[in-house]
Every structure is written in C-alpha cells, then in structure tokens.
Design a protein around this ligand. Structure first.
Ligand code: PBG
Length: 327
C-alpha cells in the first residue's frame, strides 16, 4: 500500500495534472467589481485607504466599466457619493442622481455588462445611517425607511440597472422593493440581498470612500453580531421568503462557516462580499513586503469559492479576471 504522501505527489507532479484534479474552480464569471461614482467630471481619485481603487465621475466610470468588462468581469456593483446629503437621503432616488446617471451612461457604452446597484441610504444621509431616524427614539425607523429604499431601487432600475442589491438590513425591504419593481412592470429584475450582513470593523475603508461613517451611535441595531451563526440562517430565510433571488453574506473571510452553512440551507445562488478592510489588510501587508499580494488575493478568493459562494464581490475582481484569463 503506497503512502498517501507518495500518491498525492504523483498527482501533483505537473501543472497539467494539478489543474485536472483541482476541486474548486474560480472563474471570471464568479466575479463582481465594486465601483464608486462621484460628482464632477474627469475624476479619477485614488481612495487612500483602498489602494488601487478609485472614485470616478460619470464620464470616467464609463471607460473603467467597459475596460473591466473587456478584462472578463461580467458585472459591476455601483456605489454613489451624492453632491449633497440630507436626513432623508433624498439624493438616493433622484432621476438625475449620481448612480442613476452612471448606470445609464455605462449601459449605453457597455450594454452586455451586468450593472448592479447598491441600494441603501447611508451614502445619502447626513447622519450616515442606513435608514431614516425616528427623532423620538433616536434610532433608525425600520418601517419608515422601506418606501424610501423601494423608491431608490426603482429609480436605479428605471435608469437601466440589471439588478438591485439592498444593503441596509431593514426587515421587509426585499418585499417592499419587489412590490415596487413589479408594480412598475420590472418583474424580470432580480434582487440580490445583503441577507447576512455583520456589524464588522472591516467596512472601515469603504466608509472613508463614501463618507458614510455614522455621525452618532453605530449599526449594531440592524447589523448582525459577529458571534452569531444561526441568526444568519434566520436572516437568510426571511429574505428568501420575501423574494430575494440571490443571497449575500458579508464580510467573507471571517465568515466562511456562514457561507458554508447558508449554501447548505438555500438553493438560490449565494454571493459573498470580500469587503474593503479585507482587501486593505492584504494591500497593507504586501506594501511592507510581508506577503505576495496576488497570491494572497487569489488564495482568499478560491477559499471563498470553496466555502460555497457562487459569486464574489471583490475589489480585486478585475485583477483576478486578468490572471485567470492569462492561464
Ligand atoms: C452600505 C454598505 C456598506 C458596504 C457595502 N454597502 C457599508 C456599511 O454597511 O457600513 C461595505 C463594503 C465594503 O466595506 O467593502 N451601503
């Protein structure tokens, strides 16, 4: 009887063999690239805490989106930084809002690129919370937020978005958005819900990028406690029942077990968001020469895939697509 070590060695002898027996295949079609759009023109502003990622204006994001598609990435998810923020986040659903204009421009120049939009109020509210504030309670008012999110989602789809991704974690928002879209005749547009979204320190760089750090309190009331796993299954079940077409888990790296458990529970596609802080920590270590950026990123992405994610939202999408198609 041969030793296991020797048997495995035989299978690992050449790159060809290693490829043939590889259990998990990360493919370009699994990747979704987040992009940030800001007011102005000619903008290409690097985000200091998210090295290699930029804020784009509507005119420059068009080229970036097309180039991302040309590199093999099938989809982007857009985040908008509005000209003005107010308590209700009204710029979130304006027809001439920043995301709405970006969607229309991108779809015009790259019609085959799948354009997803993040639906949330935190980028648009001056207090930075994901919903409107009930002044008596001093807390986010779940139910009062729902029609605003539905309105925002509809405005994105009217502008040409292929899919909407509510990230606010209000209860009932998937149903509210579904109803609003259906009423307007957009029955064919899917919803990818951030179903299990944890209250995580790893969103730090993102909040710098969009200026959405809460001005008071935190998001513990509506985001999940990192210690809870079963609770994620309840959140996911609720969103599926409300009509979510794709379920997302966020962040990814510290929540691989959640990805795995959700994969066992649902039959719909599962997405995982490798968030800003997870990306930034690898960038930072690589800058110090402590690890190899490309290898570390590819290892994390294949790990997320192995855990059960069908789709991965990652700031590394374009780079990974280039590597994957290079062979
Ligand atoms: C909320 C939203 C956040 C992220 C995506 N959508 C921030 C938050 O909940 O504070 C974070 C993504 C990242 O960190 O990369 N609109």
């Amino acid at each position: 009887m041969a030793e296991l070590k020797q048997r495995l060695r035989r299978l690992r002898r050449t790159e060809g063999l290693r490829r043939m027996i590889r259990e998990t295949a990360l493919g370009v079609d699994d990747l979704i690239q987040p992009l940030f759009v800001v007011p102005g023109s000619g903008v290409r502003q690097e985000i200091s805490s998210l090295r290699g990622q930029f804020q784009w204006s509507v005119d420059t994001i068009v080229n970036e989106a097309s180039a991302t598609y040309d590199d093999g990435v099938p989809a982007v998810i857009l985040f908008g930084i509005p000209e003005e923020k107010d308590p209700q986040g009204t710029h979130g659903w304006r027809q001439d809002g920043i995301v709405q204009r970006a969607v229309a421009a991108i779809k015009k120049s790259a019609p085959s690129l799948t354009v997803i939009t993040d639906v949330c109020l935190c980028e648009y509210t001056d207090h930075g919370h994901c919903g409107v504030i009930d002044s008596e309670q001093g807390d986010v008012d779940n139910d009062a937020t729902l029609p605003l999110l539905a309105r925002e989602a509809l405005s994105h789809v009217d502008a040409g978005a292929d899919m909407v991704a509510p990230s606010d974690m209000m209860d009932g928002r998937v149903a509210a958005i579904r109803q609003e879209l259906d009423k307007a005749g957009h029955t064919a547009i899917p919803i990818m819900s951030y179903a299990a979204k944890y209250h995580s320190a790893f969103y730090g760089p993102f909040r710098d990028a969009v200026g959405s750090a809460p001005q008071f309190g935190d998001r513990r009331g509506y985001q999940m406690d990192p210690a809870n796993g079963r609770e994620a299954l309840r959140e996911v079940a609720l969103d599926v029942e409300e009509g979510a077409d794709i379920i997302m888990i966020k962040p990814a790296q510290a929540y691989m077990d959640i990805i795995w458990r959700v994969r066992q529970q649902v039959d719909c596609p599962v997405a995982a968001y490798h968030v800003s802080g997870e990306y930034a920590q690898i960038v930072a270590a690589a800058e110090r020469g402590w690890l190899d950026f490309d290898r570390a990123m590819m290892e994390v992405l294949v790990g997320i895939k192995r855990a059960g994610a069908d789709l991965i939202l990652t700031y590394y999408a374009r780079e990974a697509a280039r590597k994957l198609s290079a062979r």
